[in-house]
Design a protein around this ligand. Structure first.
Ligand code: MGD
Ligand code: MGD
Ligand code: MO
Length: 681
């Protein structure tokens, strides 16, 4: 069978009509965005995978689950005998439920004994997560409740396009505005989010750390810092300000590409406001200095004492459906459940005791997602299980990733669809969708929510966790993976996370049903969990928050050959690599193909007309998209959505350099050139 035949609608399948209704919950208050409104279209699509597929003579063909599971166990065993346990890698995703994410970590360490596990959240939350852990002692998306947003006097939105990426949250910001809040947006483009702002700083991509420093310097010069808060609640302030001593305001503003007068206006508005919040997302974070850039914004928060009370705080606007919970329970290369560390002896001993294994049998830390792809390319990893990601589209420098995946001895992809990565697999495992599998998800506020099963699993699809249990059993590890339901796994996760930073011990399915969600940390059944964090102390052992004084040089790879800055991101109707939203006709129709947003002056300089094909090239590769001329973007910057693979994939040109602290790739800045693809006459 060909890929097209396999993807054809199931014969005789009836198409029903559906009405979609939002269920009121504390976060979205029942609002749905256009993607939520149409998500059933992909879940009910005829392109869903209904049975396992195995590659025979170069083609993917249907096979039974027995054959699939047996083949996996045999191939893993053979490769491990030849090359050792670390030859098998596991690559997870932030869309998986807490139960599956937890089990995937346990599966890698206990069933496979490999140190190589990481997940797509490395590209998403790692900079904000590592900065939050270092500065505040804890990484939880928002340090406040969503319902606190309308109480803020000033809100800084840096590199976050909430109007398109989290539209269901927009009413909180509109409410704040009605209450008199001053909203500042920092983005190289005049986005739909910038449209609600009182002030827009159209920053040059990659310069956020310096912009935050410049704002802080203005605030200090105006005497708007909070010495009492700094003295009582923080350390490192003196060293930090030494680092700012040499900062020349005019020069810094120029490097950021923003008028100094506007930066001063922003700084004064945040500094003078009684209450204020700063939020960042991938614009600031997906940089080779993403970790530091977030810490420089946190310097601003701490210096003005705007955290730990109503209307104040810092927030990393979380990405995927389970972007928060997915990063807490062991999918990361160096992590054990409850945000424990795989390098800490006490943490290893505790988790090993919960799992009933010898602590010495737990592997050490592995490497980050893109570095795993490098190891795949080097054939240090020869078998890979991908669950909940489409890495051949979403990694930076995808040419190397594609080459690497081709070299693998054995690639398994568990997915709902034949994604670009699944098409390359030796074995494809069909999984249940959000409508069919039960489990918990944790939202950006740290609120754990239960998603109940909405309809029976179609065809031969299985829940992800069930697949992991079957493989483990075939590998002779059944006794460590005995669960009948997702709730059984959750109950083990509660114990495994107990006493950790992300403590779920006090949360049960019953509570989640009755209370419609519970905040972590929650260490006891009667514990209400904490919505507003850090009222009295920060989560470090000494209770204090840490300033950083390391300056960040910013980014500049621009040359005469590659004179433009390529940045990238999202548009409203599509989701990530588009595997799901392209299969939703209502969404696909809104944006059929990829494009580049460029300024009219830039278009004129390169003789590009609106709507024509252009090629964009960096030192790493090139891709082809249609032009969209808009004066809402900086002249030196191009913006391309990330939702398409193949020759339209922006990641053909992004660069593989990683942040030294968190291994986040510098997705948001690449030096490129652009040319029209016009036939010469
Ligand atoms: N519609 C839609 N919504 C989504 C998603 C989706 O794919 N589609 N994905 C979800 C996921 S996983 C995530 S992680 C979030 C992402 O949510 P966001 O981070 O808000 O999304 P992006 O569009 O990647 O980037 C945000 C903004 O950063 C700007 N930007 C680019 N470079 C820079 C820079 O150097 N500095 C600054 N200050 N800004 C810069 C871009 O112009 C863009 O407007 O969205 C989630 N929601
Ligand atoms: N250039 C550039 N690249 C980026 C980004 C950027 O801003 N710019 N953003 C990065 C970010 S923030 C992210 S989060 C990544 C995301 O990148 P990917 O991980 O590639 O994200 P998705 O497209 O969501 O791929 C998820 C796959 O899992 C499948 N899936 C969905 N739910 C489930 C499930 O429950 N179980 C299983 N087994 N499969 C499931 C979907 O069908 C899909 O094929 O991309 C990163 N890449
Ligand atoms: Mo993300």
């Amino acid at each position: 069978m060909t890929v097209e035949e396999l993807a054809a609608p199931v014969a005789g399948q009836r198409r029903g009509e559906y009405t979609v209704q939002g269920v009121p919950n504390e976060a979205s208050q029942g609002r749905l965005c256009v993607k939520g409104m149409n998500a059933h279209q992909h879940a009910l699509s005829g392109q869903r995978l209904m049975h396992p597929l195995i590659r025979r003579n170069g083609e993917l063909e249907p096979c039974s689950w027995e054959e699939a599971i047996q083949t996996i166990a045999e191939r893993f065993q053979d490769l491990r005998d030849l090359y050792g346990a670390d030859t098998v890698g596991v690559y997870g995703g932030g869309s998986l439920t807490n139960e599956t994410a937890y089990l995937l970590g346990k599966f890698a360490r206990v069933a496979l004994g490999t140190k190589y596990i990481d997940y797509n959240g490395r590209f998403c939350m790692s900079a904000a997560a590592s900065a939050g852990s270092k500065v505040l002692g804890m990484d939880r998306g928002l340090t406040f409740r969503l319902s606190d947003i309308p109480k803020a006097g000033c809100i800084v939105l840096a590199g976050t396009n909430i109007a398109e990426c989290q539209p269901t949250l927009l009413p909180y910001f509109n409410q704040a505005k009605e209450n008199g809040a001053f909203i500042i947006v920092i983005d190289p483009r005049k986005t739909a989010t910038a449209a609600i702002a009182d002030l827009h700083l159209q920053v040059k991509p990659g310069m956020d750390a310096l912009l935050a420093d410049t704002m802080l310097k203005v605030i200090m010069d105006a005497g708007l810092i909070d010495p009492h808060f700094i003295g009582e609640r923080t350390h490192g302030y003196e060293q930090m300000i030494q680092g700012l001593a040499d900062l020349q305001l005019e020069q810094a503003a120029q490097a950021c590409g923003v008028d100094l007068a506007l930066i001063c206006q922003a700084a004064m508005a945040y500094g003078e406001a009684e209450t204020g919040m700063i939020m960042t997302a991938r614009g600031v974070e997906q940089q080779t200095d993403g970790h530091m850039a977030v810490r420089h914004f946190l310097n601003l928060v701490l210096a003005t004492g705007k955290i730990g009370r109503e209307g104040c705080g810092y927030g990393a606007i979380t990405g995927q459906g389970n972007g928060q919970g997915g990063r807490e329970h062991g999918q990361k290369a160096d992590q054990l459940p409850g945000y424990r560390s795989i390098e800490n002896e006490a943490d290893r001993a505790y988790v090993a005791s919960v799992w009933g294994v010898d602590p010495a049998s737990l592997p050490g830390k592995g490497v980050s997602a893109y570095e795993m792809m490098e190891k795949v390319h080097d054939q240090e990893i020869r078998a890979l299980l991908v669950m909940g990601s489409n890495p051949v589209v979403s990694n930076p420098n995808v040419r190397l990733v594609e080459e690497g995946l081709r070299k693998l001895d054995f690639l398994i992809v568990a997915d709902m669809f034949l994604s670009e990565t699944a098409r390359m697999a030796d074995l494809v495992l069909p999984v249940t969708s959000y409508m069919e599998n039960e489990g918990t998800l944790t939202n950006l506020e740290g609120r754990v929510l239960l998603r109940e099963q909405g309809r029976p699993a179609p065809g031969e699809t299985l829940d992800d966790w069930d697949i992991l249990c079957r493989i483990a059993a075939q590998l002779g590890k059944a006794s460590y993976f005995k669960y009948d339901t997702a709730e059984d796994i959750f109950n083990e996760l509660r114990v495994a996370s107990r006493g950790g930073v992300a403590d779920y011990y006090g949360i049960t399915y019953e509570r989640l049903r009755n209370e419609k969600g519970v905040y972590w940390p929650c260490s006891a059944l009667e514990d209400q969990g904490e919505g507003l964090l850090f009222g009295e102390r920060f989560a470090h052992p000494d209770g204090k928050a840490a300033f950083t004084f390391e300056s960040s040089p910013g980014w500049n790879d621009i040359s005469s050959e590659f004179p433009l800055i390529l940045t990238n991101g999202r548009v409203l109707p599509h989701y990530l690599t588009g595997v799901q939203t392209h299969r939703s006709p209502a969404l696909a129709a809104r944006e059929l193909e990829n494009f580049v947003e460029l300024h009219p002056a830039t278009a004129a300089r390169y003789r590009i007309h609106d709507g024509e094909w252009v090629e964009i090239q960096s030192t790493y590769g090139s891709f082809t998209v249609r032009s969209r001329i808009k004066d809402s973007i900086r002249e030196d910057t191009l913006f391309v959505p990330m939702h398409w693979g193949g020759i339209q994939n922006v990641n053909r040109a992004t660069r593989p350099e990683l942040d030294p602290f968190c291994r986040m790739p510098g997705f948001k800045t690449a030096a490129v050139t652009i040319r029209p693809l016009r036939l010469a006459r």
